[in-house]
Design a protein around this ligand. Structure first.
Ligand code: NAD
Ligand code: TDX
Length: 357
């Protein structure tokens, strides 16, 4: 049994599906079900006893303690976070609470739980912290990709909160010996991605005939990784990563935003042609994001060398799968956008806690 936090979100949801399919090991999934958490993503596990869902907050120490005592996980894989940079600019408070205080709460609960373990169970326990390349700040065009030794230079409230959480995890290793590993990954894309982030927003807006908003000049560069490749990297690091280490995860796949949007439009033109003409006609330049990082790029040599991890998808195969998935799953998009699904969730899950889930 492992405890996953944020397993109803984009990456956590893909991870839970992937983990159960690949390992068969049960998961207890603690997720608050914010706007970004959707149980619809985990519908295929509805009658699978290997998935135990608990709606709750990682800041709730009593709940986390109870889950650890009840399920005795051999690892915690921590995804839960507020994850959207634009939202962090408009309202940073929730980012500090969930990303910093929530990680602190989990670390303290993990420390108490791990401290009371003995023998093999104690030696095997892992706290895996899932983080981002944004903690390293922004690269100029000529600079080498982020290695694990790069200085922390976060520029947004989101990345500052993730940087703080990374530092807490590091300190709990050095001070208390808590067996931690941290992964810092580049931009993910793929199925079940909430349509506020660049790639799903462009697909969903294009299909609705709405503008495709490009911030600034569209030349900001991100390094993209198919979400299932991130999941396989986390499995590799959880299994064989060295304690106290951080591993940068990425697919050596830097692209300017405008190229991404043109690729999405070209795939939609091929797979669902619009009588009005190419979807690229909808591209609209809008005011830039404040403090917009110019370029991210990941040096993934450490995880490749030490753990033999490689991504299975190229950007071309992964983006095609992603566009095909959105075309095949309009009801998932409608559900996460309408709010109807969230009302259903609160009617069905309100008041449920670890005891009766
Ligand atoms: P997401 O926003 O899609 O999902 C976050 C999940 O956490 C949601 O299900 C939400 O309900 C849950 N959550 C939020 N606050 C909570 C709380 N207080 N208690 C319990 N659950 C809570 O995020 P994502 O894109 O899947 O990212 C997951 C993790 O991976 C985050 O830690 C993020 O920083 C990191 N990451 C994301 C990317 C990316 O490209 N999306 C890249 C690298 C790292
Ligand atoms: O409408 C848009 N127009 C646009 O030009 C949106 C939503 C984004 N952008 C640009 C901003 C970025 O340069 O596209 C790029 C990608 O934006 P996001 O999808 O918001 O991702 P980003 O800010 O790069 O952060 C993501 O990757 C790292 C995740 O949201 C983070 O959780 C992760 O840590």
């Amino acid at each position: 049994m492992i405890l996953v936090t944020g397993g109803a979100g984009f990456i956590g949801g893909n991870f839970v599906l992937d983990w159960i399919a690949e390992t068969g090991e049960p998961v207890v999934n603690l997720d608050k079900l914010t706007y970004a958490g959707n149980l619809e993503t985990l519908k295929s596990l509805d009658s699978d006893t290997r998935h135990v869902f608990v709606q709750g907050d990682i800041c709730d120490r009593e709940l986390v303690d109870r889950l650890l005592a009840e399920h005795r996980p051999r690892a915690i894989v921590h995804f839960a976070a507020e994850s959207h940079v634009d939202r962090s600019i408009h309202g940073p408070g929730e980012f500090m609470r969930t990303n910093v205080e929530g990680t602190f709460t989990l670390l303290e609960a993990a420390r108490a739980y791990w401290g009371a373990l003995e023998g093999e169970a104690k030696a095997a326990f892992r706290f895996h912290h899932v983080s981002t390349d944004e903690v390293y700040g922004s690269l100029a065009a000529h600079e080498a990709p982020f290695a694990e030794t790069h200085a922390y230079e976060p520029n947004s409230p989101y990345s500052a909160s993730k940087a703080a959480s990374d530092h807490l995890v590091r300190a709990w290793f050095h001070t208390y010996g808590l067996p931690v590993v941290t992964t810092n990954c580049s931009n993910n894309y793929g199925p079940y991605h909430f349509p506020e982030k660049l790639i799903p927003l462009m697909i969903v807006n294009a299909l609705a005939g709405k503008p495709l908003p490009i911030y600034g000049d569209g030349q900001n560069v991100r390094d993209w990784l198919y979400v299932k490749d991130h999941c396989s990297a986390i499995r590799a690091v959880l299994q064989n990563g060295r304690l106290g280490e951080t591993y940068n995860i990425g697919g050596w796949n830097e692209k300017p935003n405008l190229d991404i949007v043109h690729t999405v439009c070209a795939l939609l033109d091929e797979l669902k042609p619009d009588a009005a003409g190419s979807y690229s006609r909808l591209i609209t330049y809008v005011t830039d994001r404040p403090g917009h990082d110019r370029r991210y790029a990941i040096d993934a040599r450490k995880v490749e060398r030490e753990l033999g991890w490689r991504p299975a998808e190229t950007f071309e195969t992964g983006i095609r799968k992603t566009v095909e998935w959105y075309l095949a799953n309009p009801e998932w998009v409608a559900n996460v956008q309408s709010g109807a699904y969230r009302e259903w969730v609160s009617a069905n899950y309100a008041g449920r806690d670890a005891k009766d889930s």
